[in-house]
Ligand binder design. Structure first.
Ligand code: DC
Length: 232
């Protein structure tokens, strides 16, 4: 095996496709590190808004991304805390406002270059489940397992709306659906590293699947790949 700590499982897909939930459970089942690349874009957006900066200013945002320290710290219970310049922002970066702003900052080339570099370093050792929008196409194009998760727009909006409701964040379903649609459009049509399925990725439509069914399917794939690599 070319990576000392195991294989890399790269999972991409649009917002609400189940990526984060699936990636977290997968990492736990395999004893791997869970890397949420979206949280890193959220950190840059959070810091920019807090400092009152213009998130559309590419030069400023690129400098900000380079100067920002982001750590994903695994906890004993399998969860991961997000530290921005040492401050725990795990919950603070999960608001609709930051979702919107992170989609804007993630379209800037300099921001992507800075964060992609950090993500590549995290993947080098292996033993990682990494999820985002460009993990299988740009960050780890040689990942041993590549998964592209999808679900219908309506199903994804329903999941996002329920998640916000659970966290007692006021949300209207129609508005959530509209925002997801706009975010999908922006994430998949931007000129740099757009959300796209790699030709060799396996697509899983999660619309009518339970989380456990999705996780079981990927674990099976991962174990098959690990076994075949061990036999090489
Ligand atoms: O997965 P998420 O909703 O936390 O991601 C927040 C935003 O960051 C999303 O709109 C797109 C962007 N993103 C990206 O461009 N590339 C990634 N690898 C991960 C997220």
């Amino acid at each position: 095996m070319k990576r000392p700590k195991g294989i890399v499982i790269a999972i991409d897909g649009p917002a609400g496709s189940g990526k984060s939930t699936v990636a977290k459970l997968l990492a736990k089942r395999l004893g791997y590190l869970y890397v949420d690349t979206g949280a890193m874009y959220r950190c840059v957006a959070f810091k920019a808004l807090r400092l009152g900066m213009d998130i559309n200013d590419e030069v400023m945002m690129s400098h900000l991304a380079q100067m920002t320290d982001i750590a994903l710290q695994p906890q004993n219970d399998g969860s991961v805390r997000v530290l921005l310049d040492g401050e725990d922002v795990t919950e603070a970066i999960r608001t609709p406002e930051i979702s919107e702003a992170s989609s804007v900052v993630s379209a800037h080339r300099g921001v992507r270059e800075a964060l992609t570099e950090k993500q590549k370093l995290m993947a080098d050792q292996g033993g990682v489940v990494m999820e985002g929008r460009d993990v299988q196409t740009v960050v780890v194009p040689d990942a041993e397992v590549k998964i592209f998760l999808t679900a219908t727009l309506e199903e994804r909006a329903k999941r996002r709306w329920l998640e916000l409701k659970q966290r007692e964040i006021e949300a209207n379903y129609e508005q959530v659906l509209q925002e997801l649609k706009e975010r999908d459009e922006r994430d998949s049509t931007r000129s740099i590293a757009p959300l796209r399925k790699a030709p060799d990725a396996i697509e899983i439509d999660t619309t009518n699947m339970t989380i456990d069914e999705v996780v079981d399917k990927i674990v099976e794939l991962a174990l098959t790949v690990k076994k075949s690599l061990a036999e090489c």
